[in-house]
Design a protein around this ligand. Structure first.
Ligand SMILES: [Zn+2]
Length: 70
């Protein structure tokens, strides 16, 4: 199971609140009532998790698949 959903492009983003670059770290998402732990770009200061459009559209389908396989 691949848990790293961060791509290098995501790390060019800054937190809109703190104005510092995001770093990849473990984050917990709630998706369809399930807690999913994944490596995602997060703000080291406030914990904001950045979810790119690609992740939202593409990777969530993968996650759904993972959940169905359980
Ligand atoms: Zn922040």
């Amino acid at each position: 199971m691949k848990n790293n959903y961060a791509s290098p492009e995501d790390l060019r983003w800054k937190c809109y609140k703190c104005n510092i670059f995001l770093s990849v770290g473990p984050a917990t998402l709630i998706y369809m009532g399930n807690k999913i732990k994944a490596q995602l770009p997060v703000c080291p200061q406030c914990g904001f998790v950045f979810i790119s459009e690609e992740l939202a559209l593409g990777k969530m389908a993968e996650v759904e698949q993972i959940l169905e396989d359980k």
